[in-house]
Every structure is written in C-alpha cells, then in structure tokens.
Design a protein around this ligand. Structure first.
Ligand code: URA
Length: 197
C-alpha cells in the first residue's frame, strides 16, 4: 500500500479523539486499492468490522461484494471505507460530533486516492457528505459538488431482508461502473444535480 494511505491507516488505528475509541475493540481504517477509481463510503463499522478491524466484512459486506461481483469488479480493486472508523455502541447512528471529529480521515483518504467517483452508501454517508436525506428518492443519481463526482445508492444492509432492494443495489452499482467507463473513455456523462458553489 502507498506510504501516505499507510500513514492515515496508522493514525486511525491509534485514534482516541472521540468517545467511540473507548468502546471499540478495533478501529476500522479504509481498505482496498488506493489507486481505485471509486471510493465506497458506508456509515460506521458494525460488530464484525469492530472484531476484525476491516470495513464491510459482515452480512452487509457480503451484499456489497455480491453487487461488485455482478458488475464484474473485484473487491480488492476498489477502496472501501466509512464515515466514522469506530463502531458506535449497539450500532447506533454516529453522532454529528463523532462524524465531525472523524471526517479528517476520510478527507485524507480521498485526497490521496483522488477517486473519479465517491459512492455514497446509505443515508448517513449521504447526509454527512452532501447534507442529503431520503436516500431512496435520490439513489441511482450522479451529482457533483466542488468538482467531485458522487454516485448515490442505498446501504447494503438495507438489502438484507429485502430481495427487491438487492436488485436496486446491484443495478445502481453496475450503472456507476458503466459511468466510470464512460468517463475514462472521455465521453460526457449525465450529472443529475450540480451543487451550487
Ligand atoms: N455497515 C457500514 O456502514 N460499514 C461497515 O463497515 C459495515 C456495515
């Protein structure tokens, strides 16, 4: 892995800047290819992630892996991370103060990787990165803010008990990789919403 991403990783592992560090087993830095065209951003580690120190290794992670497979993308070729890097007790939604404290790490990951697209997984990431809500209304869209492209989709955990949503996640992720190909081949892609600067 690149030196700089290793530095972020080491800082995340040692971080004690918020209360979540007191209840975690392991902090969970991002994982994957730092040369990826896409960075996937979830909410926060759950129980399995806390035990293993890796993002998306539980059931939600399996759903994400399946959607990647369906799009013919290997998990190790992309970079996967979260808004907050430590598990909130009982998997509660991370507090604004925790997200604010932790956002330095995501910022650093993004500035090193410089992804073509940031893939927002679910409401917490949508709200933290773009101030959005009601993910189901906005999913499937590509938006641009301050020159960065974002693709919005549902959280893989939402698909666990809903077969219809697994189709949605899979088709969104396939669509996003199709858009990445178009961008790499120099074609214009549709931007569904441009945030005013
Ligand atoms: N849910 C998330 O948002 N992130 C993980 O890493 C696992 C489950």
């Amino acid at each position: 892995m690149d030196g700089k991403i290793e530095t972020v990783r080491a800082k995340v592992i040692e971080c004690t800047e918020c209360e979540l560090s007191k209840t975690r087993t392991n902090s969970v830095p991002g994982k994957g290819n730092f040369k990826s065209d896409v960075v996937f951003v979830g909410e926060a580690p759950g129980r399995n992630e806390d035990l293993h120190g890796e993002p998306f290794v539980g059931i939600a992670g399996k759903k994400l892996s399946e959607a990647l497979e369906e799009a013919n993308v290997r998990r190790e070729d992309v970079y996967i991370t979260n808004i907050v890097k430590c598990r909130p007790p009982k998997n509660r939604v991370p507090k604004t103060s925790e997200r604010d404290t932790c956002k330095q790490y995501l910022k650093q990951e993004i500035s090193i990787i410089k992804p073509k697209i940031i893939c927002i997984l679910g409401n917490t990431a949508f709200n933290s990165l773009l101030g959005g809500s009601e993910i189901t209304k906005h999913r499937g869209r590509m938006v641009r803010k301050e020159g960065q492209l974002y693709f919005i989709t549902i959280h893989p955990a939402a698909t666990i008990y809903n077969q219809e949503l697994i189709k949605v996640l899979r088709s969104d992720i396939a669509k996003m990789f199709h858009l990445i190909t178009e961008i790499k081949e120099g074609r214009d892609v549709q931007i569904d919403f441009d945030y005013p600067s």
